[in-house]
Design a protein around this ligand. Sequence first.
Ligand SMILES: [Zn+2]
Length: 197
Amino acid sequence: MYTAESIEQLVEEFSSLPGIGRKSAHRLAMHILKLPKPDVVKIAEALVNVKERINYCNICWNFTEENPCRICSNHNRNRSLICVVEDPNDVIAIEKTHEYKGLYHVLGDALSPLDGIGPEDLKIKELLHRIEGSVQEIILAMNASIEGEATTIYLSRLLKPLGMKITRLARGIPVGSDLEFTDEATLARALQSRTEV
Ligand SMILES: [Zn+2]
């Protein structure tokens, strides 16, 4: 089948995205082709903007347009609490519960020896570095997966000797599920009844 080179290139780019197969990529390319030019420019600008404006917060490693991020620089947040999560989507999920008023720390991933992800690949050094006297509790809010569990065990062993309270989310989050896909009520309950490790 003959396809113009620029269409082919667009299909290539789309199919390199996660979860997009060649067929969907082709459908997206056709959709773009049919859009009025200003709409296409808007999409292209949004893509570039996100890369230019979004950075990692130097304190909690969440995505942010300001540094430090709005949560880290908000003095109404409880600075004696740090909730450790795997990725920025987990921060969004926990914020949606309106149950948590402390700070966050985003590891960037979970430990997964099989995928070659070790402690040095996560923002663990950065976590240790920011813990100071005012921190009273660290909540380990990992996904209910094997990797999440391994990360919880690793971090609790590492942090326990530092003397502050270490807690984890209560069971009740379905095994194998990501925090970001857990409904708000369940996540709020898991936070409220967190247990000490
Ligand atoms: Zn931050």
